[in-house]
Each structure stands twice: as structure tokens, then as C-alpha cells.
Design a protein around this ligand. Structure first.
Ligand SMILES: O=C(O)C(=O)Cc1ccccc1
Length: 306
């Protein structure tokens, strides 16, 4: 049995995701109130793994998760899960839409129903809570009139489902990571993603050079985000996701090149992608191409060939 931390309390989208990433029959799920608290619990060894949201197809990155992964002792992602998200408007028994003056949710929840709220609840004030299920708990406690929550929240908080299937953007999705302390890496599957953080020097072409190292090795970039380093104003950490596994030569070679070029490179894991589309690796960047080139060079250096 493993202990798996997740961004809670019960009834969050993250709880839905962790149920896909670990085994509800055998694993113990432990809720934490924030994403940094989940990552801290992994670092402290309180839990074996931790599940956190990392990005949303509508609202973008989850900054608290990104900072938690980039700063402090290293942790690595070992799996991802992409969850379709739509919301339920929950309120106490007897509340109708006309009564709602305050509506609470996680900032990503509020952002994804902004148009709906403007049209349907123009008099309501939106209030940010730590998570979508914390919003439901606070509505139950009488603090706010309504919560924009995950559909499963109603199983934990006895509230009325006033509106189901909410979301300004159809097919919105959130990607979650399962993180662990560094250890043996998940085996390559041919459908992998590698995540890393790079801090570049403040000089002409620094980011372009990073991207060039990837392009040269035909590595597909699937995500690029910048966050302030929090040290010197105007300096940034770049978060990169690429298709492929660090066990592949082209990925290892590119990361080694970034290590040479950057002030800091933090490996955030190589893990199977949810989309299951195999990464096409073609000549001249297959492992066989790299091996043949390395043998050729070694032979020259041994004086065996010219
Ligand atoms: O608050 C939650 O339920 C979370 O898991 C974070 C979140 C919030 C909104 C959309 C997707 C994930």
C-alpha cells in the first residue's frame, strides 16, 4: 500500500485525477490544503507520491505548483493525467439563483465560468477559495451562497446542484502530475514527456539557443512557460515540456547541452503521456544514429580510422 497525497480537501478535481493515477483499492489517499503542501509532504517522506494540478487548457499554468516544483529539494513527475473539467453550481437547500450574492471557487474554477457568471449572476461577487471543494465546504458552513465545484463535490458536501455541466469553454481540460522523490525513472514507453526548468543567462539569444538545441535534435516542444526567478527583477525560469524520455539519446544529449548553456537546469521527470500518441523519432536522431556516430568518433580517437 502506498500513501498518496493530493490537493484537497475531498471532492476536488485533483481527487478525481489521483483516483486514476493510483489504486483506490490498495493506496491510501491523503488530502493537503494547497499544492505546495502536497509537494512538501512528498519531500518530507510523509507520503510516497503526491498529485497536483499543473496546467489548464483555458486558464494556463497553476503557478503555485510550478514554483513548488522548481524551488526546494528536487522532486520528479512519474505520471500525468489529463482530466476533462466541467463544473456544478452548488448551494444550500432553499437557495435559488436569484438569492446568490457570493459565489466561491478556486481561481481556475472562477476563470472558467466567468462569462456564465456575468450573464446569469451579474450581482454576485466572485470569491477565491483554496480549492473548488473548499468552496463547497464554506457554502455548507454558511460563509458563501454558492460554490463552483467539481461534479463529485456533492458526494461529500450535502448541497443542492443548482446548475450542472458549467464551463465557458467546451472540452476544457486540466493536466495533473503525480510527483515523487527522485529515484528510478519510469521506463520509456515511446509515448513519453520530459519536463524541465531552465534558467538562462541574461544575454542575447539565450532562450533562442535553448530552443535551437531542441530543434537540432528534432525534439517537439509541447509547453513553454516563464515564471520570475523571485531573485533578480527581470530574470526568469523557463518551464519546458518536450516529447520523449531522458533515456533516449536525443533527449539526454539535448539536456546535457542545456546544462552547458544555462545557469541552472532542473530535471522534472520523464513519464508516459496521457495522449498515447507514439513519438515518431526519425533519422538522424534515433538512438541507433547516436550510437553509430559515437562509435565512429571513438574509432577516430583510438586512431583506428580517419
Ligand atoms: O480545486 C480543485 O478542485 C482542483 O483540483 C484545482 C482545479 C480547479 C479548477 C479546475 C481544475 C482544477
Amino acid at each position: 500500500m502506498a500513501r498518496i497525497g493530493y490537493f484537497g480537501p475531498q471532492g476536488t478535481f485533483t481527487e478525481q485525477a489521483v483516483r486514476q493515477l493510483a489504486d483506490p483499492e490498495t493506496d491510501e489517499f491523503v488530502p493537503y490544503p494547497t499544492t505546495p503542501a502536497v509537494v512538501a509532504a512528498v519531500r518530507a517522506g510523509e507520503v510516497d507520491r503526491g498529485c497536483v494540478p499543473v496546467e489548464n487548457s483555458v486558464e494556463g499554468a497553476v503557478p503555485a505548483t510550478m514554483d513548488a516544483l522548481a524551488l526546494g529539494d528536487p522532486v520528479v513527475a512519474v505520471a500525468e493525467y489529463v482530466l476533462p473539467v466541467h463544473f456544478t453550481l452548488l448551494a444550500r437547500e432553499g437557495t435559488s439563483l436569484d438569492d446568490i450574492r457570493t459565489v466561491a471557487s478556486h481561481p481556475h474554477g472562477l476563470a472558467q465560468v466567468r462569462d456564465w457568471l456575468e450573464t446569469n449572476l451579474p450581482k454576485a461577487t466572485a470569491i477565491a477559495t483554496s480549492s473548488t471543494s473548499a468552496a463547497a465546504a464554506e457554502v455548507l458552513a454558511g460563509q458563501f451562497d454558492a460554490a463552483v465545484s467539481a461534479p463529485v463535490a456533492v458526494l461529500h458536501y450535502p448541497l443542492n446542484e443548482l446548475v450542472k455541466g458549467l464551463g465557458d469553454v467546451k472540452d476544457a481540460k486540466t493536466r495533473f502530475l503525480l510527483v515523487a522523490k527522485p529515484g528510478a525513472l519510469p521506463a520509456p514507453t515511446g509515448t513519453d514527456r520530459t519536463s524541465l526548468v531552465a534558467v538562462t543567462p541574461n544575454e542575447v539569444g539565450a532562450l533562442s539557443n535553448v530552443l535551437h538545441e531542441l530543434a537540432l535534435r528534432e525534439i517537439n516542444l509541447t509547453r513553454l512557460e516563464a515564471r520570475p526567478t523571485k531573485e533578480l527583477f527581470g530574470t526568469y525560469r523557463f518551464y519546458l515540456d518536450v516529447e520523449g524520455h531522458i533515456a533516449e539519446q536525443r533527449i539526454g544529449d539535448a539536456l546535457a547541452a542545456l546544462h552547458r548553456r544555462c545557469i541552472e537546469v532542473r530535471f522534472l521527470g520523464s513519464y508516459p503521456r496521457t495522449d498515447n500518441e507514439p513519438t515518431a523519432v526519425k533519422s538522424p536522431t534515433t538512438d541507433a544514429d547516436f550510437d553509430a556516430a559515437a562509435e565512429w568518433l571513438a574509432a577516430i580517437r583510438r586512431g583506428e580510422s580517419a
